[in-house]
Design a protein around this ligand. Structure first.
Ligand code: NAD
Length: 545
């Protein structure tokens, strides 16, 4: 039974239990989620995650390699295999075969599959969110946002034919015309991080397959469930078998992806360490690679900004999703007297409730793993040793009923210097690092000297200051009084410098260019029968005459 049918069955059960059908009043996501039950997980057999190969869930012959645990409890959800090289080669061969049929399907029909797919995601958004919270730990409201941002990407693929148009020029010589076509590449791999289990695969899936490619998705070995459910939904929406495969594994599977002859391109999202390696290895093997990587996003606060607005924006953007967002606002530069606002930010942060993502009143969920929690806490301790002030300490946080959870409470480090480890390292936890600057120029120098270039924001009431900032910072995504400026699907995700490797960005027109190559066709159709006598020796132009 499809997930959609399962959810309808569950709703019907609820109705018949009460004897009548009541309209669902969704006053807030929290109320809505409080009645959710676990969805069916046909990809988990005897606690082993299955691959999705040629439209079926199949057991791996590879060895069990990674344990997926609920970050709030440490309960084992399942074991992820590292697929064997033979399995991998077979899967790529199937994907390649599917590609040769799929690329011939008219684009209108490929778009129609996406129309059904976006509807299927919409109908199953609660089940997808449930799986994300179970494996990743983020709150259900955040998990729903994770799916929704991916859903928007699929919606954008439903009408992408105009962006697949090439160019044409009539009469480039006598009786000659030239056209260019945008053609798919072949088999494309999508490598994903743990922190957006639905959104990141969906950054690629819709555009890549609607452009005519087949895709091999490797979810994070920490959060594989959402990608598997998406694969099932795509199949039910009419995506032919083999066009989408989900493979599991870690480093070895990634090496196979980077070196396999029939994989034409790699879309990677994850840490800088893995991204640089994958970019270099994939490029060495002749593949197109785009790599979205780590970040350290700064907010610059000017004295003419709205204090209350700034406090709320910073708290939400720094601690939401427990700071495990690549666009989290993890660093604030207070200009002039705004350093006094740290106190307000700390007071607001104290109001956040830390707890299980399934607790409808929780604002901040657990970190992904005990190792991640230890790492974040040890960098906080090191920061204190280096002279930072611990304005708010979230170490050793316990949540009643969840003694094994990987919880870290909101933490604020102030008086931080740019040489401190807490500034140079990406935390990926609920920690706000606070620096001070005398002027906007000084703040911009700090932003530009940081090696990352994913996102940043300025808070100000001055258009001139905002303009100076947006023009002067060497960062790919800039918010003006907007704390997390993630671009919508009609734009592209434009991280830069240390946060991105490649020449074409994820999604938007740039994404379509990444998943296609140009072919130009030059045709000669003489309108009057030409003399066929002699040899027409081609030359490169007429020497300017
Ligand atoms: P990660 O790099 O550990 O994992 C990402 C993927 O790479 C996974 O599929 C993993 O299996 C694989 N991988 C990991 N190490 C590898 C290695 N040594 N060799 C080959 N493959 C390897 O990242 P993560 O911890 O899952 O995600 C968090 C990171 O992702 C953060 O740094 C965050 O900033 C970044 N991120 C960036 C963006 C962006 O758009 N810039 C978006 C989300 C997350």
């Amino acid at each position: 039974m499809s997930f959609r049918l399962l959810s309808i069955a569950r709703k019907q059960q609820k109705r018949s239990a009460s004897g009548f059908s009541r309209p669902v009043v969704r006053t807030s996501p929290r109320l809505h989620f409080s009645s959710l039950a676990a969805p069916a997980q046909p990809w988990l057999v005897d606690q082993a995650y299955q691959h999705f190969r040629n439209g079926e869930f199949v057991a791996s012959k590879g060895s069990p390699a990674y344990t997926v645990r609920n970050p709030a409890t440490q309960e084992t959800i399942g074991i992820v295999p590292e697929m064997t090289t033979q399995e991998f080669d077979d899967t790529v061969a199937l994907a390649n075969e599917a590609f040769h049929h799929w690329k011939l399907v008219p684009i209108q029909q490929r778009q129609r599959v996406m129309l059904k797919f976006q509807q299927a995601i919409r109908e199953n958004i609660d089940d997808l969110a449930y799986l994300i919270t179970l494996e990743n730990g983020k709150t259900l409201a955040d998990a729903r946002g994770d799916v929704f941002r991916g859903l928007e990407m699929v919606e954008s693929a439903c009408f992408m034919a105009p962006q697949m148009l090439g160019d044409s020029l009539q009469g480039i010589s006598s009786d000659m015309d030239c056209v260019s076509y945008r053609e798919p590449l072949g088999v494309v791999a999508s490598l994903n991080p743990f922190n957006f289990p639905a959104m990141c695969p969906l950054w690629s899936l819709g555009l890549c397959t609607t452009a005519g490619n087949s895709i091999l998705i490797k979810p994070s070995e920490k959060t594989p469930g959402a990608a598997l459910m998406l694969a099932q939904l795509a199949k039910e929406s009419g995506l032919p078998d083999g066009v989408l495969q989900v493979v599991h594994g870690g480093k070895r599977t990634v090496e196979n992806i980077c070196t396999h002859r029939d994989i034409r391109a790699i879309s990677f999202v994850g840490s800088s360490q893995a991204g640089e390696h994958i970019y270099n290895l994939g490029s060495q093997y002749g593949k197109r690679v785009q790599a979205n990587m780590g970040a350290k996003n700064h907010a610059v606060i000017l004295e003419d900004s709205n204090r209350a607005q700034v406090v709320k924006a910073v708290v939400g953007a720094a601690f939401g999703a427990a700071g495990q967002r690549c666009m989290a606002l993890s660093t604030v530069i207070f200009v002039g007297t705004t350093k006094e606002w740290i106190h307000d930010i700390a007071e607001e942060a104290k109001k956040l409730k830390v707890g299980s993502g399934f607790d409808s009143s929780a604002d901040v969920g657990p970190l992904i793993s005990p190792e991640s929690k230890d790492r974040v806490e040890s960098i906080i301790s090191e920061a204190v040793n280096e002279g930072a002030t611990l304005t708010l300490d979230g170490r050793g946080y316990t949540v009643e009923g969840y003694s094994n959870g990987n919880f870290v409470g909101p933490t604020i480090l102030s008086n931080v210097k740019t040489g401190n480890v807490c500034y140079t390292e990406e935390f990926f936890g609920p920690v706000l690092v606070c620096l001070e600057a005398e002027s906007l120029d000084d703040a911009m120098t700090i932003v530009n000297q940081n090696p990352y270039g994913n996102g940043c924001a300025i808070f100000t009431g001055s258009g001139a200051a905002a303009r100076k900032f947006t023009a002067g910072v060497d960062v790919g995504q800039v918010g003006v009084n907007v704390p997390i400026p993630v671009p919508l699907p009609m734009f592209s995700f434009t991280g830069s410098r240390g946060s991105f490797l490649g020449s074409l960005n994820f999604y938007g027109y740039s994404g379509i260019q990444f998943y296609t190559k140009l072919k130009t066709v030059t045709s000669n159709w003489p309108m009057e029968s030409a003399s066929l006598g002699g040899v027409a020796m081609p030359t490169f132009g007429s020497g300017g005459k």
